[in-house]
Design a protein around this ligand. Sequence first.
Ligand SMILES: CCCCCCCCCCC/C=C/C(=O)SCCNC(=O)CCNC(=O)[C@H](O)C(C)(C)COP(=O)(O)OP(=O)(O)OC[C@H]1O[C@@H](n2cnc3c(N)ncnc32)[C@H](O)[C@@H]1OP(=O)(O)O
Length: 359
Amino acid sequence: MRASQDDFENAMNQVKLLKKDPGNEVKLKLYALYKQATEGPCNMPKPGVFDFINKAKWDAWNALGSLPKETARQNYVDLVSSLSSSSESSSQGKPGADREQQEYENLVVTSEDGITKIMFNRPTRKNAISTQMYQEIMLALKAASKDDSTITVVTGNGDYYSSGNDLANFTDIPPGGVEEKAKQSAIMLRDFVDTFIDFPKPLIAVVNGPAVGISVTTLGLFDAVYASDKATFHTPFSHLGLSPEGCASYTFPKIMGPAKATEMLIFGKKLTAREACAQGLVTEVFPDSTFQKEVWTRLKAYSKLPQNSMRISKQVIRKIEKEKLHAVNAEECSVLQKRWLSDECMNATMNFLSKRSKL
Ligand SMILES: CCCCCCCCCCC/C=C/C(=O)SCCNC(=O)CCNC(=O)[C@H](O)C(C)(C)COP(=O)(O)OP(=O)(O)OC[C@H]1O[C@@H](n2cnc3c(N)ncnc32)[C@H](O)[C@@H]1OP(=O)(O)O
């Protein structure tokens, strides 16, 4: 049966009631189907390359070609119905699944044997960190800081640990324009990094594969970093017209000395896991074939150590640096707010997003 105009209007109202943000890709699809259903094929002039948000909308609408209005209306209703049912089922909770703490879109968070594991879960995007994922990581870390686990582990699902900031974050421009986006992003980034600085328990990175950008810089704020020998560590900030974040401008020179930090943070030299270990960024490297088994055996043993003692020792070790780290974080975010608006950064991002050029 074809969707009626009433079904279509009901679906439009349902969209506003969704409990979970469906993400940019789905929102673009909804926009395109709505336009096609109400106006027919896209006949607007194509927006300029720097008009990111309108160009993305135009592309999505234009991609529907000559799809009939009735089919677009039906597809819109079907899509909203699938979103409504998945958001209902995820808000109902899962009886018996008490180890899984909360549903996240981009993370899998589990607690077992005194260990809370926060796993990045966007393997098809190499675990690139979307705006929503930054928020989810902050929420998961805040929850882990209060739960009864003794240690917290961050790792990645799939072949990458994380490819860093999702460069599509640059396309989601709010009505206030790109300056407003840069301002909001600087606030978000500062909160994100503050969450790592203030994390009260032993925080351990299990780096299962390559790490890029912010997923590398934040390692300087972890208490231990275990890496597979397949992992690499890459901070291509100059290539992207950017500057360091995650307190790396302070932690990296401190960890590896200014000369080695310069090679990474300014010249974008990619380190192997063994090189990163020799520089002190990584605690220990394991052969990939035995990585998971060896690391988790070790972590399970560490998680049995007295909880309060570990927490207090971390506090003693980190206390003297905390204020400094917060100041460094604030400064890095303020510098980045300007870098994001620079031609160097805009061109590098556009280059990646249009040609998918690799680092
Ligand atoms: C106006 C102001 C807005 C500011 C918003 C910023 C908010 C906070 C910023 C915090 C600062 C952080 C800085 C950084 O992290 S810098 C590092 C950014 N990362 C990159 O530049 C990596 C880009 N990716 C790549 O170079 C390659 O994808 C990679 C080498 C990682 C893997 O190559 P490979 O060939 O093995 O795999 P694919 O490229 O085919 O990847 C599969 C698909 O995943 C997509 N992908 C991967 N990484 C990213 C990414 N970081 N952002 C967006 N998309 C990514 C890739 O495009 C493929 O997609 P398709 O299958 O659709 O082509």
